[in-house]
Ligand binder design. Structure first.
Ligand SMILES: [Zn+2]
Ligand SMILES: [Zn+2]
Length: 238
């Protein structure tokens, strides 16, 4: 009773806000407004068999990016295309303290990618880490928040400290694909030996060319991971 009343008062004081358009959504559990639900750019088949990006036709098999280079992960998928309201929402989640988006995102990740993740027989989830210097400035790692919410819903353990960045690399945003690769070379390291023969799902917010996931996969596999997959909120952009 008290819990219900507290919940009611809190929902009046801080009504749930749609993470995509920031309008107040009263009485909806998902916290995504109807308009956004209709327009969210979900990635559907045909998708790249390697990185999961949307393809124009099923005959293409894999995308141009994946055809060009060899990836170190087995396979990956993203939920949405990185564009419009989704892109703006993820930037608020990442840089503007909107930690409360994590459960909403996780709900959709599990709803849409849960069956695929279960089919991979994942033993543990690992969020893409940020360097401790940047963590201090930002106070949280958005990928870790997302991984923890997903792990709780899927009953898969999340190892947030296992993979870490020991090089504080320059932000990737404005670099070319080659410069990204150079930038991230040896950026990640692994603590402990929990990875031996384990199947790992790396969680990140945005997948672009795959350089970050490749660098993380390299470190994870060097420490015994049997297979590395990734799941991201969105993919696309450069
Ligand atoms: Zn909305
Ligand atoms: Zn691809």
């Amino acid at each position: 009773m008290i819990k219900k009343a507290t919940e009611y008062i809190l929902s009046r004081l801080f009504p749930p806000v749609c993470p995509f358009c920031e309008c107040v959504v009263e009485g909806t559990k998902s916290a995504v407004c109807e308009d956004c639900l209709q327009q969210l750019p979900f990635i559907e088949a045909p998708r790249c068999a390697k990185c999961g990006k949307a393809l124009k036709s099923v005959e293409d098999g894999i995308c141009a990016d994946c055809r060009e280079g060899v990836h170190l992960f087995s396979e990956g998928r993203a939920l949405w295309k990185y564009e419009g309201n989704v892109a703006a929402s993820i930037l608020r989640f990442k840089y503007h303290d909107q930690k409360n988006y994590a459960p909403v995102y996780a709900e959709w990740m599990v709803r849409c990618l849960g069956d695929w993740i279960r089919s991979l027989q994942i033993d543990l989830m690992v969020p893409v880490p940020v360097h401790k210097k940047r963590l201090k400035e930002r106070s949280y790692n958005q990928a870790q928040l997302l991984a923890e919410e997903m792990g709780r819903r899927m009953d898969i353990p999340v190892y947030a400290d296992l993979l870490y960045r020991w090089k504080n690399t320059a932000p990737q945003k404005n670099l070319s694909a080659f410069a990204r690769m150079r930038n991230l070379q040896d950026a990640f390291a692994v603590r402990g030996d929990a990875l031996k023969n384990r199947r790992v799902l790396v969680i990140d917010d945005i997948y672009t060319t795959g350089v970050t996931i490749d660098a993380a996969s390299c470190a994870l596999r060097a420490h015994g991971a049997q297979a590395v997959y990734f799941a991201a909120l969105a993919s696309g952009g450069m």
